[in-house]
Ligand binder design. Structure first.
Ligand SMILES: Cc1ncc(COP(=O)(O)O)c(C=O)c1O
Length: 397
């Protein structure tokens, strides 16, 4: 991977803030966008700014063609069996809500999530409790605890592959196998996994997989819900309206085919086209190369921070933490750490509870500083980061 060459694709690096090029390390939240993606978005607005699947004119046909093509690209990106298994959403959150509310869960059914879920994979199931659905929690990554909670009443396991809090991944293949052995369905929150490693849903055998386009170089407000076709066929859509029906009378309607049945209202066509371009870009670089690159940088930063006596959250082995380093410096609040890095050298990281409030509350912590890396980060940037953190640490001694 030639990172300096890759950087040239990202217009943000032509920009200087206070005379310095930004060092962006908040990719777990939103990634930067390459020119190729921006160009694809603009192409829609400049050349065929119409809607897909409805208008039969030249522009309408062109958008339909582009969206079909984008669906095929996303199918290929996660190795789905059929393009109908790809439902376009606005984000991971929408995908999870769609499943939570469309699965026809009944009073007495149990949904199992881990204790380290993003609010997006927690609150939808807390809301279902109002309908008598039981919500139980297992300890993230603890297979024995997971097994003990996988009782007969569990109808759905909904859990994260890679944690956005600390970058640790769960042994998801084994968990999928166990869930199926227990006759439970399993939804995998792939928001922090799909952008960073090769995913083959056929091999993985997850029933549902959700992820966001904006965390994989794609436009904001784009995402995918993957579902096995026979399971999508059983869902009762909870968002309905334009484009989700073939016909309607005053008393009923005939649902549209899958996947359009789940894509209610006018879609983010420019976003979907941009997302497909992002997937093509990542594929060209190679997901294995991206994963290796992040690991190398993570290992480097983690080693230096540990040497400084800084506490890292999550697995001690950086190879198990992808591109994420979550940490706290004793005596300096995490918001202060992020603020100093931003002001001193344009290093943009995240601080807070990262939408995993429940886990921080359980552990009596009020958050962490989080570095999240991607394909455009370099060792030189890591060196600047490490030196700035060293200065902050020294201040406390
Ligand atoms: C693991 C995980 N799940 C869900 C989400 C929610 O993603 P979105 O806001 O794109 O819906 C995030 C966002 O950071 C995440 O990291």
């Amino acid at each position: 991977m030639n990172i300096n060459q890759i950087k040239k694709d990202f217009p943000i690096y032509n920009q200087k803030i206070n005379g310095m090029i930004p060092i962006y390390m908040d990719s777990a939240c939103v990634t930067l966008k390459p020119n190729q993606v921006i160009k694809a978005i603009n192409k829609y607005y400049k050349e065929f700014p119409a809607c897909a699947g409805r208008s039969g004119h030249t522009y309408g046909r062109k958008v339909t063609e582009e969206i079909n093509h984008a669906r095929k690209i996303m199918q290929d990106f996660i190795r789905a069996k059929r393009k109908e298994e790809i439902v376009f959403t606005r984000n991971t959150t929408e995908g999870i809500n769609l499943i939570a509310n469309s699965l026809n869960l009944k009073s007495g059914d149990t949904v199992l999530t881990s204790d380290k879920e993003h609010n997006s994979n927690l609150i939808p199931f807390q809301l279902l409790q109002e309908k008598g659905i039981i919500h139980k929690i297992f300890n993230f990554g603890d297979i024995e605890d997971f097994k003990s909670k996988l009782t007969e009443d569990v109808k759905l396991v909904s859990t994260v592959f890679t944690s956005n809090l600390d970058g640790t991944s769960q042994p998801i293949e084994e968990m999928i196998r166990l869930a199926h052995k227990d006759k439970s369905l399993i939804l995998v929150d792939g928001a922090q996994a799909v952008p960073h490693k090769e995913i083959n849903v056929k091999k993985l055998d997850a029933d549902f997989l959700v992820f966001s386009g904006h965390k994989m170089l794609g436009p904001s407000g784009t995402g995918v819900l993957y579902g096995k076709l026979h399971l999508l066929e059983e869902l009762k859509p909870f968002l309905v309206g334009g484009d989700t029906v073939k016909n309607s009378t005053y008393t009923g309607y005939e649902p549209e085919d899958i996947p359009e049945r789940f894509e209610a209202g006018l879609q983010n066509y420019a976003g979907i086209i941009g997302l497909a371009e992002a997937a093509e870009y990542l594929k060209k670089i190679g997901m294995k190369n991206i994963e290796k690159h992040e690991y190398k940088l993570n290992q480097y930063i983690s080693g230096k921070l540990i040497d400084m006596g800084i506490t890292l959250l999550g697995d001690t082995d950086p190879s198990k933490r992808g591109g994420i380093i979550s940490f706290n410096i004793k005596g300096v609040h995490h918001h202060e750490v992020a603020g100093i890095l931003n002001e001193s050298s344009n290093i943009m990281i995240r601080s807070g509870m990262h939408c995993v409030h429940s886990w921080f509350n359980k552990h009596g912590l009020d958050g962490s500083a989080r570095i999240s890396l991607y394909l455009y980060n370099t060792k030189e940037e890591c060196d600047i980061l490490i030196e700035e953190i060293r200065k902050i640490k020294k201040f406390t001694e």
